[in-house]
Structure formats: structure tokens, C-alpha cells
Design a protein around this ligand. Structure first.
Ligand SMILES: *Cc1c(COP(=O)(O)O)cnc(C)c1O
Length: 345
């Protein structure tokens, strides 16, 4: 099987951890594993004095936690909606009755940052919610520009970096981001099931609302002091996470990102050679979104017959190929050949 979805192909060494007996989690050993994982995550995301709340939940769980614990405390949110993940922030705000304004960004386009600042000044929000990479279109937003707008107007910045973490450069402290959300099945390249809220040093002085039992920040932070989660963690996933983080730190963030970028650029060259349009104005390294010319209605299922998984894009003839996980140039050559063959049938 070849996976160009999330988490992508995983090396055997990490997969095998999932086949081991599952240790009891209320032990000093497991606490050490959690504490070390927190430190390693903070180092990779460049927020050494922050904290990480670990949830046994997919990424949306951590997004929801950000809304219930923090956004509901504030008067108004401002949301960038450049695709389905941006609208997820909107839906969460609506669900919890948080007042919000939305800045819509056309499919696969970058933000007009001057217009954004004008709109923000008009809206006067206290919290800004956005994605770094809008995974539905492949568009990467400019966090430096967003962060400057937020700081000029004293707005808290909460960023969903779920699909950009370890794919695109990200320095949480340098950008002055207050809260980052990420999860296990994207750049960390392990199974889905864990998500993380990274709180900056400044956020740790903030009061949090206690509006959701399982996701409560205060209860989770209290347990974190002893390296524990309040409820049963996905123990095997934590073990895989720890192993992954050790490998990632050994390799270094820059080298990891270079690898993902190289594959992304290589596949985009293949797209160009085959005449497949890549619509993203500023594409993330994480995925390549592209349009095929023919047989888009059967491409997904035809590739499945060959045990090749790519992601349908929600728009006719539009597909997404992830560059996360174990992937070689030969794999990408083969993928392009298979797509071309189906297209020409
Ligand atoms: C994958 C992803 C999510 C989380 O989705 P889950 O299915 O809940 O893990 C959220 N935001 C972005 C930008 C993503 O790519």
C-alpha cells in the first residue's frame, strides 16, 4: 500500500510499537514519557517556556478545546475562512455561541492582508482564529503578516497548525502566537488519535473558562504537573509519539522540512510536465492540490484498486497528494505515471 493521505506511510520501527503489550499509565515511567514528550514538542514548535495539553482526540477535539476554554471567555472572535478547516472554526464558534466575524478567502488564494487589517479594525475582535495551512486547498497563509496585525491591534492569536507543523517553517515564540493546535496524524506521521494544544508562556497567566469536562484546560494542566492526563490516554499512541519525537529531534526540524519540501517540489514538477494545474497561490509543503483533465470521476477508485491512496479534493477533478511520511522520488514518479495512465484511458 502507498499512502499519499494522512498520516502517510510510516516506517516499520514506529508501527511495531503499536503491536507491543500496553503498559499501565499511572506509573512514574509513563509520567516521564509524557513529560519528555511535552519538552520535545515545545522544542520542535519553538516555544520552550510554554505547555502542551495532550488530548486523546483527533485535531478537531483540540480546536474545540481552544474554543470552550478560551474563545468563549472573550467578547468576539475573528476567523479566516479559506476552506473547510476555516469554516470549522466558524462552526465551533456558532456551536458555543461565540460572537464572530469571518474573513472569507477565495479557493486556494492568499489573504489580501491590507484588506484583512481594515476589516479587523472595523470588527474589533479580541481573538483571531486561523489555519497556517488550509489543508482543503493547499494554501499556506503568512503568519508573520497575520501576527503583526494581531499585535498592532492587541488581539490574541490562535492558530491551527495541524497540517503545517513539521512541513513548513514555524517559530511559535518568534511569531508571538498565543496558542497552537496540532495533531498526531499529520507532520508527526503517527496514527490519528492524539491532539495537542500548545500554550505560550503568556497564555499560562490567562484565566480559562470551565465549560467542557473532558477538555478542561485547568484539570488537564493540573494533571500535567505529574506527567499525567486526567483520563485514560491512548497509551500506544503516546509510545509511538515519544519515539517519533526522539527521531525528529535527532534529525532536526529544518532537515525534516527540507525533506517534505523536496518531495513537494519534485511532485509539482511532475504536475507541470503532465499539465495538471496546481491552484494554490502560496502552496504549503504538506500537500500538492492539483486538477486532472480527464477521468477525475474515477481516478480515486481506480488508484485504490492498485492500493494507492490519494485524497479527493471536494471539487470536481481536484485531488490532493500529501508529502508527509516515508516517500521517495521513485514513489512520486510511479504515482504520476499511474495517474497519467488512468487519465488517458
Ligand atoms: C487534519 C486537520 C484538522 C483536524 O482534523 P481531524 O480529522 O479532527 O484530525 C484540522 N485542521 C486542519 C488544517 C487539518 O489539516
Amino acid at each position: 500500500m502507498k499512502s499519499y493521505t494522512f498520516p502517510g506511510n510510516i516506517e516499520n520501527e514506529i508501527l511495531q510499537i503499536g503491536a507491543q503489550q500496553i503498559p499501565y499509565m499511572r506509573t512514574a515511567e509513563f509520567s516521564t514519557l509524557v513529560k519528555q514528550s511535552e519538552q520535545m514538542l515545545l522544542e520542535l514548535i519553538k516555544c520552550p517556556n510554554g505547555r502542551v495539553i495532550f488530548y486523546t482526540a483527533s485535531g478537531t477535539g483540540a480546536m474545540e478545546a481552544a474554543v470552550t476554554n478560551f474563545v468563549t471567555q472573550r467578547r468576539k472572535a475573528y476567523i479566516i475562512a479559506g476552506g473547510s478547516f476555516g469554516y470549522r472554526w466558524k462552526n465551533l464558534c456558532e456551536y458555543y455561541a461565540c460572537p464572530n466575524d469571518v474573513f472569507e478567502v477565495p479557493f486556494a488564494k492568499d489573504i489580501d492582508y491590507d484588506k484583512l487589517e481594515e476589516a479587523v479594525m472595523e470588527s474589533q475582535p479580541d481573538v483571531f482564529l486561523c489555519q497556517h495551512h488550509e489543508t482543503s486547498t493547499g494554501q499556506l497563509f503568512d503568519l508573520e503578516k497575520i501576527s503583526k496585525i494581531c499585535h498592532r491591534h492587541h488581539i490574541y492569536l490562535v492558530v491551527d497548525v495541524i497540517s503545517s507543523f513539521l512541513a513548513d517553517p514555524l517559530d511559535m515564540d518568534a511569531l508571538g502566537i498565543d496558542m497552537c493546535i496540532t495533531s498526531s496524524q499529520k507532520g508527526l506521521n503517527i496514527a490519528p488519535g492524539l491532539s495537542f494544544v500548545v500554550l505560550s508562556e503568556r497564555m499560562l497567566k490567562e484565566p480559562f473558562a470551565q465549560r467542557g469536562y473532558y477538555f478542561d484546560f485547568v484539570e488537564n494542566l493540573k494533571n500535567l504537573e505529574r506527567g499525567q492526563t486526567p483520563y485514560s490516554p491512548a497509551t500506544s499512541l503516546f509510545m509511538q509519539l515519544h519515539a517519533r519525537l526522539e527521531k525528529d529531534l535527532l534529525m532536526g526540524v529544518e532537515a525534516i522540512i527540507d525533506g517534505v519540501r523536496e518531495n513537494a517540489h519534485y511532485f509539482r514538477r511532475l504536475c507541470k510536465e503532465n499539465g495538471w494545474e496546481v491552484p494554490a497561490e502560496i502552496p504549503s509543503n504538506c500537500i500538492t492540490g492539483f486538477f486532472v483533465h480527464r477521468n477525475g470521476d474515477v481516478l480515486f477508485t481506480e488508484l485504490l484498486k492498485q492500493q494507492i491512496y490519494i485524497m479527493p479534493g471536494g471539487t470536481p477533478h481536484y485531488f490532493r497528494v500529501s508529502h508527509l511520511g516515508v516517500q521517495t522520488k521513485e514513489d512520486l514518479d510511479e504515482l504520476a505515471t499511474c495517474i497519467k495512465e488512468i487519465e488517458n484511458r
